[in-house]
Write a protein that binds this ligand. Sequence first.
Ligand code: EPZ
Length: 420
Amino acid sequence: MDKFIIEGGKSLHGDVYINGAKNSALPILAATLLTENEFTINNVPMLRDIYTMKDVLETLGVSISIENNIAYIDTRGAVGYEAPYELIKRMRASYYVLGPLLSRLGKARVSLPGGCAIGPRPVDLHIKGLEALGADVSIVHGYIEAYGDNLRGSHILLEGANGPSVGATINTMMASVYADGVTVIEGAAMEPEVVDVANFLNCCKADISGQGTRRIEIRGIKELSGCEYSIIPDRIEAGTFAVAAAITRGDVRIFSIEENHLDAVFSKLREAGVEITKEEKGVRVRMDGDIMPIDIETASYPGFPTDMQAQITSLLSLSKGVSVVREAVFEGRFMHVPELVRMGANLRAESDYVIIKGVPYLSGAPVMSSDLRGSAALVLAGLAAQGTTDVSRIYHIDRGYETIEERLQSLGGEIWRLKE
Ligand code: EPZ
C-alpha cells in the first residue's frame, strides 16, 4: 500500500485548478442506466471511486471509456440488473444503480453497501423512497432486492433523523423519472450535487423542478434521451485546497470553482482569520495572521459540509484558542482525531463534538488514514507540521482527490508518494 512522505513547514504559493465533483459524477454515471443511449460526460474526475463505478457499469453490460476527464458511455444492450458484493463493498455509492435499474428494468439486485468507515451507513431512506413509488423491496442474503414494473408517482417525505439524505434523494429521483404521474420529494437534500444530477436528467429530457430546494417535483415521462453534459466543480476539493493554503500560511489562487457552493466553508474560514478574495473565475486564499478559534456544526447544504469537518479540524489545531466542532451528520466521523493527536494536536472527542485547544505547532509523525476526508486532514497537518510526516493507506485519499501530491508539489508542497 502506498504512502505519502511530507516535509512540513513550506508555505504553498501558486494556482490550482479544481476538478469535477466526485459526488456528482458517481450518480450521473449510474443515471445513464435509465435509458439505452449514448452519453458524453465532461469534467469527470479521474479517481478510484470513478473507476469502481466504471467496473460496476461494465458488469451490468454498459460500454464505458474514460479518457482525459471525459466519459464516453453506451448503455445500448445493457440488460444486467445485479450489482455484486465484491464491487459494492469497495464503494457505498455503487448503490446509485438501484434507482435506475428498478426504473428501467422493473428489477434490481444490489448488495448492501460498504464504503468509508464513517459510522453506520443505513439505506432505510433509499428503501422508503422506492417503496413509496410502489416497488417491493426486501433485503435477502445481504442484497437489496427491488421489484416493480409500473412505478407510480407519490408524495414522499424523505428526511431522516439526521436530516436530509443526499443518496436517498438522488436514488428516489432517478427511480421516479418514468413513474406514472407526479412524484414530490419533501425533505429533499439541497446539495449542489443533487442539483447537478437533476440537471443531467433534464438534459436527457426528464421533467424535474425544485432541485436545490427541500421540495423536488418529478413528472413521469416515457423515455429519456442520451446527452452531453459537464459535471460541476468539486466544492470539497476546493475547500480542501483553501485549507491547505491557510494551514501553510500561503497564498494560493483556486480556479474553476462555483464560489456560491462554498459560502459556508469560506464564511467559516474568514471567521478563522483566513483572507479570501475574488479572482476572475476563482478565489485567492491567503493567511499571514493568527488562526482564530471558531465553533462549527456540520449540517446538510447550505450548512457547513461534513466532508470539510476533518480538514478544518487540522487548521483549528493551530489556532490561538479553543474551538468546538460538532459533527451533526455522521456518527463517528472522528477517525482522524487520534492521528492528529499523535502529531501534537490537543483534541478531545466527546460524543458528537471535538474540543480543539490550539497549539503553537504540530510535529511530523507516522500516521494512518482510515477514511477519505480524514486522510486529507492528515496530509494538511503534515504540510504544516515541523519535520517529516508519513501518511499510510493513502488509497483512501486516492478515492476522492486526483493526483493530489502532484498538485500540492506544484504549489511548493514537499510531498512524495512512496509505492510499497
Ligand atoms: C453523500 O453520502 C456523500 N457521498 C458523502 O460524501 C457526504 O458526506 C454525504 O452525502 C453528506 O453530504 C456521495 O455523494 C457518494 P447521506 P450519503 O445519505 O448519500 C443518514 C465523501 O467524503 N441516512 O446524505 O451516503 C446517514 O447515516 C463522502 O465524499 C439514513 O439515516 O449521505 C447520515 O447520518 C463521505 N438513512 C445522514 O443520513 C439512509 O437511508 C446523511 O447521509 C441514508 C442516510
